[in-house]
Design a binder for this molecule. Structure first.
Ligand SMILES: [Fe+2]
Length: 311
């Protein structure tokens, strides 16, 4: 049977028979530790928890064995997690950021995505549960700087039929690249809203073109990114959550084509199906309503939700 675990070398000059005995003992010991640790979670009240924790232990033990992790490296890892805990607050979660830059958040998106719908993408740290409901067709710009963008679309089912009573939860960063949580000059409700779509699943709003921004780099995750010589930027994006009764909710992002970092998003959130063209719009009625000059910029995107009964 192949040895799955790293086996320390025997002491120099030790008799061959002694080294072989040492090898065998270490093999059994490693295997037994893993099995015992997995088994220790088997009686969890929640069977799903038992399954997930068992798999987590299995793969973490395999990582320790395959990487030949030293005690010094293990202690360094514990110090990293301690630093992440110390900088985490209600407003800033370093573990969420760690999940993002490790690609874990995107992996959860990918494996939990029901087939047939619009691709999901990362939630990010700036979603606000308390965004106000505003009228369909509202103006979020309110005189602030930024290139105006008419964002419109529909919410459809997998058969491309409109979904009535869908809701859009929208948020993005301002022209300075910052979200309200990062910028005391911004109203907490700036460039964010909820919109109830009409009976045809249609929504639209006037906003500004979003900008690329860096993830927070003043904590241990920032130090990890620097030590890894990694990009710290995200491409420009609109955040959107789409929900409707009877359908699987969708957390996603739209990425204007041509933005920097589309091919190197530090949180791995870009999906080809979420890159949107920024087009020229000649709609005179919209221009008149918002005091725009034609042509102005428009982004149009239809979201597709999966029926909850099909998953
Ligand atoms: Fe964002």
């Amino acid at each position: 049977m192949a040895c799955l675990y790293h086996v320390p070398e025997g002491p120099a000059g030790a008799p061959i028979q002694d080294v072989n005995m040492s090898v065998n003992q270490h093999h059994l010991s490693n295997f037994q530790v893993t099995q015992d640790a997995i088994k220790s979670f088997a009686n969890a009240t929640d069977p799903r928890m038992a399954e997930v924790m068992g798999l987590l232990v299995k793969h973490l033990h395999a990582f320790v064995a395959e990487s030949h992790l030293t005690k010094a490296e293990w202690l360094k890892g514990l110090a990293f997690l301690t630093a992440a805990a110390q900088i985490t607050t209600d407003e800033r979660n370093e573990f969420s950021l760690l999940s993002d830059i490790m690609g874990i958040s995107s992996m959860v998106d990918v494996v939990s995505q029901p087939p047939g719908g619009t691709p999901s993408s990362v939630l990010g740290p700036f979603h606000n549960l308390d965004s106000h409901v505003k009228p369909n067709g509202c103006d979020l710009t309110q005189g602030q700087a930024g290139e105006r963008v008419w964002l419109k679309g529909r919410v459809l089912d997998v058969h491309h039929q409109p979904i009535a009573n869908a809701q859009i939860d929208f948020w993005q960063n301002a022209d300075n690249g910052l979200y309200p949580a990062q910028d005391a000059e911004q109203d907490p409700q700036n460039l964010r809203c909820k919109i109830n779509c009409n009976a045809n699943g249609e929504f639209n709003l006037l906003t500004i073109r979003p900008h690329p921004y860096t993830v927070p780099t003043d904590g241990p995750v920032g130090a990890l990114l620097a030590a890894s010589n990694r990009n710290i930027w995200r491409p420009a994006h609109f955040h959107i959550i789409v929900s409707a009764p009877g359908y699987v909710g969708l957390v996603t992002e739209l990425f204007p084509a041509g933005s920097d970092y589309l091919d190197d998003d530090t949180v791995f959130g870009v999906r080809p199906g979420l890159i949107v063209d920024v087009q020229q719009c000649h709609d005179a009625e919209v221009a008149k309503r918002f005091g725009l000059t034609t042509p102005f910029k428009e982004v149009s995107f239809d979201f597709c939700l999966v029926n909850a009964s099909s998953v």
